[in-house]
Design a protein around this ligand. Structure first.
Ligand code: GTP
Ligand code: MG
Length: 203
């Protein structure tokens, strides 16, 4: 693999994360000013490290070349957006996707259709232009949008998924319990959102 190409592309993905991060911060500030509510609770940006990148290339049976990474891996740069309410998740996604320099490449809504585990989040892969000395390059960024509750749930379930020193029955027991909590949390979040909207309307 040509390491120079890879290093340049990695840097491009970092620049794309910076571009999208700024857009999200600007949206949050705008919404705060006009609606007295911040849809974004907080954000986390990360670059995929080399080890998990190569693991993913292997898992997807892709050749370990720069071309296959460039053409098939869209989550080298990633941003997680954590919101108070489910409605905020859709507001942020809608306002970002409405921007003329953002192109939606892929969307997966596991809030509407939760995964078998109970996992919920809205995943977007977008492409954003990055302006460099030698011209412009449209570059992908993966954005995972979820509520605070979904985020807490996902990190606990992730811990369970990668535990190797726990017996299979215990894992299955906790997985079933977590699935139930995911459903209960969804119910409570929608209830709290309804209260929030009712109180906001009264002002
Ligand atoms: P990969 O990107 O190869 O993982 O597969 P994909 O693109 O088909 O999956 P998707 O976009 O649905 O999910 C990718 C990421 O979402 C994962 O790396 C996790 O961070 C998260 N995720 C998806 N499903 C689960 C789940 O069941 N539990 C947890 N904890 N996280 C999940
Ligand atoms: Mg993915």
């Amino acid at each position: 693999m040509d390491l120079t190409d890879f290093v340049s592309y990695y840097q491009l993905c970092q620049a794309a994360v910076n571009e999208v991060g700024t857009k999200l911060e600007n949206l949050d500030a705008d919404y705060q000013l006009h609606n007295a509510h911040n849809p974004i609770h907080h954000m986390e940006a990360r670059m995929k490290d080399a080890r998990s990148l190569f693991r993913k290339v292997k898992a997807h049976d892709l050749p370990l070349t720069f071309a296959s990474i460039h053409d098939h891996i869209y989550d080298i740069g990633g941003i997680r957006v954590i919101c108070n309410y489910q409605a905020d998740v859709y507001t942020v996604a809608e306002n970002l996707l409405a921007q003329s320099d953002i192109t939606l490449i892929r969307q997966k809504d596991s809030i509407k259709t939760p995964k078998a585990s109970g996992y919920r989040s809205l995943h977007l892969v977008v492409s954003v232009p990055v302006f460099q000395a030698k011209g412009v390059k449209n570059t992908p960024v993966e954005i995972q949008l979820r509520t605070v509750g979904m985020d807490t749930w996902a990190s606990l379930e992730h811990k369970l998924r990668y535990k190797t020193d726990v017996d299979a029955d215990t894992v299955a027991h906790y997985a079933a319990q977590l699935h139930q909590y995911a459903d209960e949390m969804d119910h409570m979040e929608l209830g709290m959102q309804a209260i929030f909207h009712a109180l906001s309307d009264q002002k």
